[in-house]
Structure formats: structure tokens, C-alpha cells
Design a protein around this ligand. Structure first.
Ligand SMILES: [Zn+2]
Length: 365
């Protein structure tokens, strides 16, 4: 045994698992803080105070935001209910038409496969605000508020050949049956017309009388509603038809079957066509009756123009004449005032009041 072995080793006094406190707390309570320690403690306290204030500020800010959101929601709810009651009022004004439109809608859905034409939701119309019209271009067709528009401004593609619209045809048959019950005979003078048929019709007029005269009695190819299969020339295409009981019945009742007199008297400058008491266009009952109530023609109702100058191709009469290889004015030098015919003689088929030639007045629309 040597010295080394007898040496005191403090580690030997302490059992391995026993943790001896390193701080004597009693002693600590009597401890006086140094100025540095006091400053440090003060800094800590200040920080805590600052944090509390910041938290308070955040709480206030959050509460304000919540209050603002609640206020906004309340305003929104009020606006919404105002709008809903406004709309309800308008729908009530529209009256029974709304209910009849539902039946029409289901009937329409059945015939959806029929064509791209009448279908794009003529019944969706009352949902839209009165003034904002929705214009859509679908495969070269133009729909305004879901209604296919064909006039001097808006044309149909050359290859658009849907045939007669079955919904329009069914409505027409229903109408003629009702007219028959009233002792009147209505029949189709002209219904669907293809692009080529319209081309020939227009070309013949233009060849004989020039483009200026042709534009007065016939639609240019692509611009005839007949190509859409949604309209009919009923009975006679003579101006005198307007005085018949059939024409009067048609004007009074066609809206009940979803038709409108497409080119009404007094709207010539807007429709771009002379008055045609025989030409009816299918738009659906609801719209037809709404238009009647408002006294508007289709252009007014949809807020569109009807002018070749506004058309996408914008063909002038001069350009049209060049394309067809014909003249703008009458090749025989006849004018509207002369009441003469091709051979220059006075003719029994004179120009009528509207300045149209006697030949098949307006058949070409
Ligand atoms: Zn027609």
C-alpha cells in the first residue's frame, strides 16, 4: 500500500446516483444583487411590459378586424336581400310568363339535338339584367341573350344548314290548328331556305335590277333568317296580305305560340327591312310575349343593329356587285321613280309605296 492509495478522493464520498444540490438556496435569499444584476432584472421587467403592451395592441387590432368583417357581412346580406326582393318584383311583373316558360324549357330540352339555333336558352333571358346584353359567338353563329340573331349585321356561315327547326315547326302547326278553329287558313309559303337557295334568289334580283334594288327586296346570302330554319313566310308575300283577316289573326296571336312579326310597321329603320306582315320568327313564347308587351322589334329587344355596313365582312354595294359580277344600279337604267320594267315600258307590275319592285315583294328576306 502506498500513499497514493490512501489519498482522499471526494468522488468516492458521493454515491453515483445521488444529485447533490449545487446551490444553497438559504444562502441565496440573503444574496444582495449587484447593480449590474439589478439593471439586468429591470431590463427583463421592461421587456415583459413591452411584450404585454404589444399583445394588447394586437388584441385590439384583431378585434377591430373581426368587427369590420362582421359589418361587411351584414352590409352584404342587406344588399343581397334588397337585390332578391327587387328581382322578385321584376319576376312578378313578368307574371304568368315565367311558369309558362318552364313548360317551354322542358319541351325545348327534348328538342335540343335539333339544332344549335333556337335552343341556347331563350328562357334564360329574364335572369339577365335588363340592359346588359350577353353576346356569344358559337361556330360562326351570333347569340344575344341566348337568341340567335340573323340580320344585315349578323350572318350565318355558308355551311350552316340545320333545316327547319322542329320546335318552330311544332309551334307553327299548333298555331295553324288554332287559326283553323277560328275559321282561318294559314300555311307555309316559304320556310327553310339554304345558303345556296338564298344566293340564287339574291343573285337573280341583283342580276336583273342591280345590287341596290336587290338589297331592298332580298337578304344577301348568309343574312336570311330563313337559313336558320326559325322563320316562316305565311300565306302571301304581297303587301296586301296585311289587310286580310289571316294577317290580323297572325299579328294578334302568333306570340302565344312563340312567334313574332319580325319586320313590324314603323320599325323599318331599325330592322333594316320593309314591313312584312307575313314573315314570322320563332323566339319562344316568353320572349315573344315580352317583346309584344314592350312594343320592341328584335333588334331593339337585343340591342343590336341591322346594317350591312356593320357586318363583319362590311361589304359595300359596289364590292358586292363586283363579287357577283353584276351592277349596283339597274343595268337597264330603270329607277324606282319611273315605274318602268326591264324593257323600259310602263309596266303593270309597278313599284309599290315602299319603293319595292312588284316582283315577289320581300320574298327574299
Ligand atoms: Zn321571310
Amino acid at each position: 500500500m502506498n500513499d497514493y492509495d490512501n489519498r482522499y478522493d471526494p468522488r468516492q464520498d458521493r454515491p453515483v446516483n445521488e444529485l447533490t444540490p449545487l446551490i444553497d438556496y438559504e444562502d441565496l435569499s440573503r444574496y444582495e444583487l449587484t447593480p449590474e444584476e439589478k439593471a439586468y432584472e429591470e431590463m427583463i421587467r421592461r421587456r415583459i411590459r413591452e411584450r404585454r403592451r404589444a399583445a394588447e395592441r394586437r388584441r385590439i387590432k384583431r378585434n377591430r378586424t373581426v368587427a369590420l368583417v362582421i359589418l361587411l357581412v351584414i352590409v352584404l346580406v342587406i344588399c343581397r336581400s334588397c337585390y332578391a326582393s327587387h328581382r322578385k318584383k321584376r319576376e312578378e311583373e313578368a307574371g304568368a310568363k315565367v311558369t309558362s316558360s318552364q313548360a317551354e324549357k322542358t319541351a325545348k330540352k327534348k328538342e335540343k339535338a335539333d339544332s344549335r339555333a333556337a335552343e341556347p336558352d331563350v328562357t334564360a333571358q329574364p335572369e339577365a339584367p335588363e340592359e346588359a346584353h350577353k353576346m356569344q359567338q358559337v361556330d360562326g353563329l351570333t347569340f344575344v341573350d341566348g337568341i340567335l340573331i340573323v340580320n344585315k349585321t349578323y350572318s350565318l356561315p355558308e355551311d350552316y344548314a340545320p333545316g327547319l327547326n322542329t320546335a318552330a315547326e311544332a309551334a307553327f302547326n299548333e298555331m295553324t290548328a288554332a287559326a283553323f278553329n277560328d275559321g282561318l287558313y294559314l300555311y307555309v309559303n316559304s320556310g327553310y331556305r339554304s345558303y345556296d337557295e338564298q344566293y340564287n334568289l339574291y343573285y337573280n334580283y341583283a342580276f336583273e335590277r342591280g345590287v341596290a334594288a336587290a338589297d331592298m327586296v332580298s337578304s344577301r346570302p348568309g343574312h336570311s333568317e330563313h337559313q336558320a330554319g326559325l322563320c316562316f313566310d305565311v300565306n302571301s308575300t304581297e303587301t296586301s296580305f296585311g289587310n286580310t283577316n289571316e294577317a290580323k289573326w297572325l299579328a294578334a296571336h302568333c306570340a302565344e305560340y312563340g312567334f313574332i312579326i319580325r319586320f313590324p310597321k314603323g320599325k323599318e329603320a331599325i330592322t333594316g327591312y320593309e314591313y312584312e306582315p307575313w314573315h314570322i320568327r320563332f323566339v319562344g313564347k316568353e320572349i315573344a310575349q315580352d317583346m309584344n308587351a314592350k312594343g320592341q322589334c328584335l333588334e331593339e329587344y337585343l340591342g343590336v343593329t341591322s346594317s350591312y355596313e356593320d357586318a363583319a365582312d362590311g361589304l359595300s354595294q359596289q364590292r358586292m356587285a363586283e363579287m357577283l359580277g353584276v351592277t349596283v344600279e339597274d343595268p337597264y337604267g330603270n329607277t324606282n321613280d319611273e315605274n318602268t320594267y326591264d324593257d323600259g315600258t310602263q309596266e303593270e307590275q309597278s313599284w309599290d309605296d315602299a319603293g319595292n319592285a312588284g316582283w315577289d315583294n320581300g320574298y327574299g328576306y
